[in-house]
Design a protein around this ligand. Structure first.
Ligand SMILES: [Zn+2]
Length: 470
């Protein structure tokens, strides 16, 4: 098969652009993570064939069984963190924790909540359980929506398990197992850990989508089963409505940005396929996924989720514990997200007894808009910031991007040392990327500040639109 790169024995799904040059141009921009190699693909494939039935059965466990499973995971996780991670050792010692002290989930919920800001005060070596392993670990350094760069380390086992949970979500959206020769089409700046598993369960990724992209033609060429996208691209996908209907896509999955149920229902109706939303984060991975009945069910074998400090309408802060990242434990980690939890714990009509969320908050109002009021995906802007400012540079302490008017964006930065390259070069790169996203040239202003100005309504926002639409 020509799509195999013989030297690495890797199937290269990005070569399936079907003689469409604009597709090829975008496809080559997709970033290939180092995890996407023959060995790890093979491990994931083997685990999927061995465990997928069991993983699917897990989704139908009773609430008692789910909580029992989580409690045993949590007891181990907390004790390990207390024993071998300096940060947790200090934090938990200070509140009198002793090994083996967790007998119930309510005991666990007494432990202090941890934030990015708190973790950022410590060296990497103090927040992982094995600093000798750090140089081999997978790391993702991101801006996140809070504007404070943050690095998460994880090992290969965690990456593989996250991937298998994503595949299981694909199965539930299709309501049947994804077949080995099925394609998944991703319109997303971030791809999966694996582009295929030895040429099976292939994904094709377009990291961006423009109004001139021949998406419809390419969909007819690949005939994918699933389309995974940022909600911001849905209006552009609508332009390829007839091809989408003909090519055999059975469901659309959205993630990374908030969208409303109303919007998703609209696109589902006009495109003729169900739209399922996923709630995930760079730090934790997949957190909750929507079922055919519209509820978000927590991925209980990946995360223990609490909604704390609820207000009258039931909205509260999301606190997550990653059950599988032992290298860098994130225990009772405050995401800064706000969600409304379903208080009734009876089984959903889909069969799930998992903790469920009704709604996850929107920061969408703040998204940038072009001069004709088109939405510019916040996730794409944050991806540009990640590539240009965050990933190469540990001296950037915080930043904020502010849209001043239709053509002007201001970047505020707070550096704690010199930037990795000249500011002029950084600003040029960023201006070009932003202009690409807006579809016309924008002006980028820059101000270095000692602290980001506090503003009540956007105290943890990194993307702010001050320009009012008329
Ligand atoms: Zn359900």
């Amino acid at each position: 098969m020509s799509q195999f790169i013989a030297s690495q024995n890797i199937y290269c799904s990005q070569l399936e652009y079907g003689d469409l040059l604009p597709i090829k141009k975008l496809a080559v921009q997709a970033f290939r993570p180092k995890t996407d190699n023959h060995i790890l693909q093979g491990e994931a494939l083997e685990l999927w064939s061995k465990n997928s039935d069991m993983m699917v059965e897990f989704l139908l466990k009773s609430r008692d069984e789910l909580k029992k499973f989580q409690l045993s995971k949590i007891r181990r996780l907390v004790d390990n963190a207390y024993r071998s991670v300096v940060f947790y050792r200090e934090l938990y010692s200070a509140c009198g924790y002793e090994e083996g002290a967790i007998a119930s989930l309510s005991d666990f919920e007494q432990l202090p909540i941890v934030t990015k800001a708190l973790l950022n005060n410590f060296d990497s070596s103090s927040i992982v359980n094995d600093c000798g392993f750090l140089e081999f670990a997978n790391s993702s350094r991101t801006s996140g929506s809070s504007g404070r760069p943050f690095t998460v380390y994880s090992d290969d086992d965690d990456i593989i398990l996250d991937h298998l949970q994503v595949m299981r979500f694909y199965n539930s959206c299709l309501q049947r197992p994804l077949q080995e020769d099925d394609w998944v089409y991703m319109l997303h700046h971030a791809g999966l850990a694996f582009s295929s598993l030895h040429g099976k369960y292939r994904t094709f990724q377009l990291p961006d989508l423009h109004s001139s992209t021949p998406l419809g033609e390419h969909l007819l060429h690949l005939r994918p089963r699933l389309l995974v996208t940022l909600p911001s691209y849905l209006p552009l996908i609508l332009q390829h409505q007839s091809e989408l209907k003909m090519c055999g896509v059975e469901a659309i999955l959205t993630n990374s940005e908030s969208s409303t149920q109303l919007e998703r229902d609209y696109y589902s109706r006009v495109l003729g396929v169900p739209v399922f939303d996923e709630y995930s984060s760079e730090e934790i991975g997949m957190i909750a996924t929507q079922c055919t009945h519209g509820l978000y069910h927590v991925v209980e074998d990946g995360v223990y989720l609490e909604v704390v400090d609820k207000d009258k309408s039931g909205f509260g802060t999301v606190v997550c514990t990653d059950l599988n990242n032992e290298l860098m434990p994130l225990i009772r980690f405050d995401h800064g997200d706000v969600a409304r939890q379903v208080s009734d714990h009876s089984r959903c009509a889909c069969g799930s007894a998992a903790t469920s969320l009704l709604e996850i908050n929107g920061r969408r109002d703040d998204a940038f808009r072009t001069r004709d009021h088109q939405l510019v995906p916040s996730a794409s802007i944050l991806a540009a910031v990640d590539d240009i400012l965050i990933t190469p540079d540990k001296t950037l302490e915080s930043f904020r991007l502010i849209q001043k008017n239709a053509d002007t964006i201001e970047l505020l930065t707070h550096y704690v040392g010199s930037p990795h390259k000249h500011m002029v070069d950084i600003l040029t790169l960023l201006r070009v990327r932003l202009s690409g996203l807006f579809g016309y040239a924008v002006t980028l202003l820059h101000r270095e500040v000692d602290v980001l100005p506090e503003h009540k309504s956007y105290k943890r926002r990194s993307i702010v639109r001050e320009w009012e639409l008329d």
